[in-house]
Design a protein around this ligand. Sequence first.
Ligand code: PAF
Length: 281
Amino acid sequence: MIIIRTPAEMRDWSLAARATGSTIGFVPTMGALHEGHASLLRAAAAQNDKAVASIFVNPTQFAPNEDFAAYPRTFDADRAMCEEAGIGVIYAPDANALYPEGYATYVNVEKVSAGLCGASRPIFFRGVATVVAKLFNTVLPHRAYFGQKDAQQCAVIRRMTRDLDFGVEIVEMPTVREADGLAMSSRNRYLTPEERQQALAISRGLFKARAMMEGGERDSLVLVNAVRNEMDALNIDYVELVDANTIEPLARATGRVLLAAAAWVGKARLIDNIQYEVPEQ
Ligand code: PAF
């Protein structure tokens, strides 16, 4: 396992790999890896000649009142998971290497970033897009892997990759869930056993609404209320039905839709979603 700490070394390694004709698969992460990440790591290793994972808790995507300092840092376990999944390189720069004194350049992906998580976390997607752009510029991947649990993040990255001509193929992998339906998340570590039980209301509500869509329900309000009713003991941030690509709100389900929810459960802000392709009439 090669551990790389600076953008210059990362770029040199990637240029050398590309010069030999190797394809590079890339999984950007903030560490605290779980089975959801493992599915991305394994896919990157299986589908490319070389596979790189980054581990970097990105300060620019956290607002001052958020959990940047508390975010779990578990490098040794993360490294073991990467190794087991077949990752050859971990890129783990420190914050000064990515954001040196005087840093002033940010990537803003308009519209797609505005709703859902972007509404309650106004600087979040600017930070995500900026760091992913910087990582793409140094890792120089052919393919990059993201989880659909962060569906709006996927939409933002897809848009940015197209708009800025990165030439990277974005591969999205399905949300990995615990046996009882809870979407895997690094922030599940913040939950007490009781809160973990309460958190199940999110996936329960989303599954119920998906069954309703499969049964023909198309009214956004009815679908959203079905989810909200399940989640009513939680501190709900949002439940919304939106277009899966543009993230624009929908009054009726049509095309590829994203039904997304976010809620506070104790100290943890959890997100989850389901996607559904509405059959053409
Ligand atoms: O999904 C994440 O872990 C982060 O938002 C990402 C994409 C690694 C950027 O910091």
